[in-house]
Design a protein around this ligand. Structure first.
Ligand SMILES: CC(C)(COP(=O)(O)OP(=O)(O)OC[C@H]1O[C@@H](n2cnc3c(N)ncnc32)[C@H](O)[C@@H]1OP(=O)(O)O)[C@@H](O)C(=O)NCCC(=O)NCCS
Length: 154
């Protein structure tokens, strides 16, 4: 169900990220700062050059996404954790992040971090449940950005 995505999946990934971002954040980010779509195809293609994308397929359709970037010898960063709304609270986000943690361990990473928006309390709660702790809180015009980090247990 989870596999590493190749570029041919870029449009399906883009649809999940942009649809999911709009549904989740349009009401919580002031409209002068809300970017829609949050990601263009050209930006996603560039992200493919520095990150590995993993997708969760259900009945032949991409319903969840996550990406892993290596930042240093031992540290990586998680990006684009997005699940289509009708597939949330079914454990798919947990499965994707756990998969990425295992992939990260295989390539020798010891710590993973990610950035999210504090007003997205669901994303903060989700990552805290997976063992990520808040390391930095940065004031932004739209609220606070937060960094969360986890030492990989493997
Ligand atoms: C955050 C997100 C990825 C979680 O994915 P998911 O597949 O729904 O998560 P899971 O089903 O694996 O949830 C695991 C746990 O996370 C927490 N959690 C998940 N969604 C939550 C919510 N809306 N509110 C509070 N806690 C939540 C719960 O503790 C949940 O366990 P439970 O269902 O047993 O209570 C998903 O809600 C999403 O795509 N949201 C919109 C985009 C987004 O905010 N992405 C994060 C950017 S960093």
């Amino acid at each position: 169900m989870i596999r590493e995505a190749c570029r041919s999946a870029a449009e399906a990934i883009l649809l999940v990220i942009n649809t999911s971002n709009r549904e989740a954040y349009k009401e919580v980010i002031p409209k002068e700062y809300f970017r829609e779509p949050v990601l263009s195809l050209a930006e996603l293609v560039r992200d493919f050059e520095r990150m590995s994308f993993y997708v969760y397929n259900s009945e032949g359709k991409v319903v969840g996404v996550v990406a892993l970037e290596t930042e240093g010898e031992e540290r990586g960063r998680i990006h684009w954790v997005y699940i289509l709304s009708e597939y949330r609270r079914k454990g798919i986000g947990t499965a994707l992040v756990s998969y990425v943690e295992q992939e990260a361990t295989k390539i020798g990473l010891k710590r993973l971090r990610l950035l999210t928006v504090e007003q997205g309390y669901w994303a903060v709660d989700f990552h805290k449940k997976l063992g990520y702790t808040l390391t930095e809180r940065v004031a932004r015009p739209w609220g606070f950005d937060v960094f969360l980090e986890k030492e990989l247990p493997f």
